[in-house]
Write a protein that binds this ligand. Structure first.
Ligand code: FAD
Length: 385
């Protein structure tokens, strides 16, 4: 007898869960409230294809490999030598080709493990000194979308070690933006028989088995469970479509303030018209800081990396990302303490803020695979519809 599984939410997590359940032989209906699939993994339409949420994948992680085995992660581009040569670090409000020696020394201590209970700032300063600690927290801004110094030392240190591993960076840029990936995932799901309903907001839980793949905020309402909360980032976002200039940098990693600026059209020219450039930036927001003030600090980074950019703007948007950049573990907590995936009675909760390991959107995919495995292995509760 075939099990019917309902999946609520059509972002990375929901589409992954739907595909995995269908591959295991279940019939699946996926409900997405929005007119288009993708959730935070959507991109704007041409001429400037800017990602709303995720920018890069790390190919050393199982989530990327799961997609790649199904032919869903390609085409992608890798970091090129040309791009690396056009990358700089902001330190002491000056651009430098390499980070300070104290940070490099810190990153050679790859066997060191960091404590869960201490903040990264306190641990790193004690072990490596104030300069290395603050520069490392700045470097981790792109992985955390917040002041990384306030997070658990384990959380930040493990991520820094992963992305600075001494090999060619595993970072992958999905050609055409993340919307392209979502399109391929949806096509694949449909080819496996998944019924996808868009503009189909679910207000009451359908009969189990059901996989809830919404943000934690939406799941709180849907499951009527006020305890479904977890820490996430808060950052100002600035996207720019510019007339191109040869001396524009590719990346500015802002070790002073945790900001980050990346010219994605350098590695994927399909993101902007010929001769134009697409830049996306982020700046962690300070407590009580307005979006305008945080954007102004990000513009300072742009002043350093994109000469004369203010006179070249053809398209611009800004936004604040609050509670939507993925789970962050505060001192004393690990991913195991986050809201559980198995809610009991044939209900699973997946997404980027639940109890699963990984970096940013990887948590959505890993949790969806865990839930799908569990949902498709349990004794049958409902018949195929
Ligand atoms: C600025 C920014 C940068 C990021 N950078 C990266 C990065 O570089 N790499 C990375 O891996 N990750 C990154 N992330 C994180 C990544 O975007 C998310 O982890 C991932 O997209 C979350 O996917 P999801 O499916 O779990 O949730 P969502 O994308 O939020 O999907 C949930 C879906 O559920 C739908 N929904 C909600 N309520 C209902 C309902 N009642 N009924 C039906 N449908 C409903 C929503 O419309 C939505 O489509 C970034 C995020 C942001 C904001």
């Amino acid at each position: 007898m075939t099990e019917h599984i309902s999946v609520i939410g059509g972002g990375l997590a929901g589409l992954t869960a739907a595909i995995a359940c269908a591959e295991s032989g279940s019939t699946v209906t996926l409900y997405e409230a929005h007119r288009t699939l993708g959730g935070r993994a959507r991109s704007t339409t041409a001429p400037y294809v800017a990602n709303d949420g995720p920018h890069v994948f790390y190919s050393d992680g199982e989530p990327f490999q799961w997609l790649d085995r199904r032919g869903l992660a390609r085409p992608f581009t890798r970091l090129t030598l040309r791009a690396l040569a056009r990358s700089r670090f902001r330190h002491g409000d000056r651009l430098r080709p390499v980070p300070p020696a104290s940070l490099l020394r810190m990153l050679t201590r790859r066997r060191l493990s960091a404590p869960v209970d201490q903040s990264f700032a306190a641990w790193a300063e004690h072990r490596f000194g104030a300069e290395a600690a603050s520069a490392a927290a700045g470097l981790a801004g792109i992985l955390t979308y917040t002041d990384a110094g306030r997070l658990s030392a384990t959380f930040v240190w493990d991520r820094l070690l992963r992305v600075t591993a001494p090999r060619w960076p595993a970072v992958r840029y999905l050609t055409g933006g993340w919307t392209a990936l979502i399109g391929r995932m949806a096509d694949h799901a449909r080819s496996l028989g998944v019924k996808i309903e868009v503009e189909a907001r679910v207000d009451r839980l359908p009969a189990p088995p059901v996989i809830v793949a919404t943000s934690l905020d939406a799941a709180r309402t849907l499951l009527g469970d006020e305890s479904l909360r977890w820490e996430s980032g808060r950052a100002a976002l600035l996207d720019l479509g510019l007339r191109g200039r040869r001396d524009d940098l590719f990346v500015v990693s802002d070790l002073d303030e945790g900001g980050f600026l990346e010219r994605y059209s350098l590695v994927d020219p399909s993101l902007a018209p010929p001769g134009h450039t697409l830049v996306q930036g982020q700046m962690p927001m300070r407590a009580g800081e307005s979006l305008a003030d945080a954007v102004a600090r990000l513009e300072r980074v742009a002043d350093l990396g994109l000469p004369g950019w203010r006179d070249r703007v053809l398209w611009r948007r800004e936004a604040a990302a609050r509670q939507r950049t993925g789970a962050l573990d505060l001192p004393g907590h690990t991913w195991r303490d986050r809201p559980a995936i198995d809610r009991g009675d044939g209900v699973w909760l997946v997404g980027d803020s639940v109890a699963a390991p990984g970096l940013l959107g990887e948590v959505s995919i890993t949790s969806a695979l865990t839930a799908a495995k569990s949902a498709t292995r349990r004794p049958t509760l409902s018949r195929a519809r």
